[in-house]
Design a protein around this ligand. Structure first.
Ligand code: GAL
Length: 416
């Protein structure tokens, strides 16, 4: 069922149940899906900060990478008339929820904290619905990374890849040396994560924008998209047979412990390396996915605020302000693998991968290489994104040809 229908159909029930479903005073309930090692450490910092301010943290964690399970749980709660105080909802979905009339206006926190001045426009625009802040950004994740174990490369006699030829050369050598070349988890959102980096690396930022953001039919079915799927098909041959259903952090663990050489994943993977005590540039490498060093796929996590009872508004605004504080943005992102969303946070404690991300975001925002991640809900509405993700997953799990895939993709791009 579509979000709109769900919410409309249950407005009456909502009103009835609302009275019995109140949260306690000075409490915030936060829905998120940050349950891996690095993610749990990150969110624990917010809990600590809220409790230091006298606000009880009610954790509403729903496991499942990419957040699909969490969104299902959220819809159920809104239907039941007991929306949480905040939920990790991103990108165009914020607008979808805004249209339902269930989001809270947090302009008071935003004007007090001068959010307009402290956030890049690309971030603040996403946080607003009809000109009012309804969400607070926690970070900027970069998706187009390749995580590499240099020990594995060394053992295989391979070098760190800077382009597709070098990438497949390294993959061959790792495979020949008896290790897994590409760590991957066969889940639709992970397939989509690899796909978007491949499309960006094969076609460049302009192609990515035309095909994946604007959903231009000719670009979706043209030779560059065919080449994208051909490259994806080749990548499949370096993934181990046990990948089906594997969680992303378990795939990252394979790179951490040297079982596998490389993983395409956003920089929440770095949170896992960090939590395992590994050092960037020494124990692991963060390389731009092949062919994407002049581009940056952004994925901005944010806590979107739901309408709450009058006596809960103060706690909600406290949460919003805490999220945007430089102290939180520093400690959260040191653990999460991402970079602060706001200006005015010291770079001093960040590692070489984070500094590269900060510099590259800045450079690509001027060059036109800064693009929204489709796989992480930043580029297109959820119905189209879901339909496109299904096509990619089908391609990854069958013998579908690239030709058939681009046709299916073009059709999926029209989903409503
Ligand atoms: C992303 C999200 C990240 C991380 C990852 C794995 O979509 O933005 O914060 O949680 O999924 O679940």
């Amino acid at each position: 069922m579509k979000l709109k229908q769900i919410v409309q159909a249950t407005m009456a029930v909502t009103a009835l149940i609302a009275a019995t479903a109140q949260v306690q005073a000075a409490e915030v309930e936060v829905l998120h899906y940050w349950t891996s090692g690095g993610e749990a450490k990150s969110v624990a910092e917010l809990k600590k900060m809220m409790e230091a301010k006298g606000v009880t943290w009610k954790d509403f964690a729903v496991a499942g990478g990419g957040g699909e399970n969490a969104m299902t749980a959220l819809k159920a709660r809104v239907i039941a008339g007991s929306a949480p105080t905040a939920a990790q909802i991103k990108g165009p979905s914020i607008q979808e929820w805004g249209k339902e009339g269930v989001l809270a206006n947090i302009d008071a926190a935003a004007s007090e904290g001068k959010w307009d001045a402290n956030l890049p426009r690309v971030v603040s625009n996403i946080m607003k619905y009809q000109g009012h802040y309804v969400a607070a950004p926690v970070n900027v994740h970069r998706v187009n990374w390749l995580w590499v174990n240099p020990e594995v490369l060394k053992k295989a006699g391979a070098k760190a890849p800077g382009n597709w030829d070098e990438f497949f050369d390294a993959a061959d050598k790792i495979k020949k040396a008896g290790m897994i070349a590409i760590a991957h988890g066969g889940q639709p959102w992970q397939d989509a994560t690899v796909f978007e980096s491949v499309a960006l690396g094969v076609g460049g930022a302009d192609f990515y924008k035309k095909a994946i953001v604007q959903l231009d039919q000719a670009s979706l079915t043209g030779p560059t998209m065919i080449k994208t799927f051909d490259t994806l098909a080749k990548i499949k041959t370096y993934i181990d047979k046990d990948a089906a259903g594997r969680d992303w952090n378990l795939a990252t663990a394979m790179v951490i412990n040297g079982k596998a050489g490389m993983q395409f994943m956003g920089d929440w993977a770095k949170g896992e390396f960090t939590a395992a005590g590994k050092v960037a540039g020494k124990d692991f490498l963060c390389l731009a996915a092949p062919g994407t060093d002049k581009a940056f796929t952004f994925n901005i996590d944010s806590l979107t605020m739901f309408k709450v009872k009058d006596d809960q508004q103060k706690s909600q605004l406290t949460l919003a302000s805490a999220v945007m504080s430089p102290e939180f943005q520093e400690v959260f992102n040191l653990n999460k693998g991402s970079i602060p969303a706001r200006a005015g946070v010291s770079r001093a404690k960040f590692d070489s991968c984070a500094l590269k991300s900060m510099d590259d975001m800045d450079a690509t925002s001027k060059s036109g290489g800064l693009v929204p991640s489709f796989a992480h809900g930043m580029a297109i509405d959820s119905a189209k994104a879901g339909a496109i993700q299904d096509v990619i997953a089908k391609f990854m799990n069958s013998t579908m040809t690239s030709q058939a895939a681009v046709q299916a993709l073009a059709k999926a791009a029209k989903a409503k």
